[in-house]
Design a protein. Structure first.
Length: 67
């Protein structure tokens, strides 16, 4: 299963970890996903969506099929 938010579709990002000698090592920065049950269905939602309050409105659109 992909590390992706069901609400905003945001996923993991790539970035560089820099050592003291400035050597770049590629790393994967994962998002903070939390399982939530909303209207009887389970979603994996990022904390940004939970904090901003985007979840209930977006889930209503998902269920209506308008997205």
């Amino acid at each position: 299963m992909a590390q992706r938010c069901d609400i905003c579709e945001r996923g993991a990002a790539k970035g560089n970890r820099r050592s003291h000698s400035n050597i770049a090592t590629l790393t994967k920065r994962k998002i903070n996903l939390q399982p939530r049950t909303i209207a009887g269905k389970r979603y994996r939602v990022c904390v940004n969506c939970l904090k901003s309050g985007r979840v209930p409105a977006r889930v209503a659109k998902l269920q209506a099929g308008t997205l």
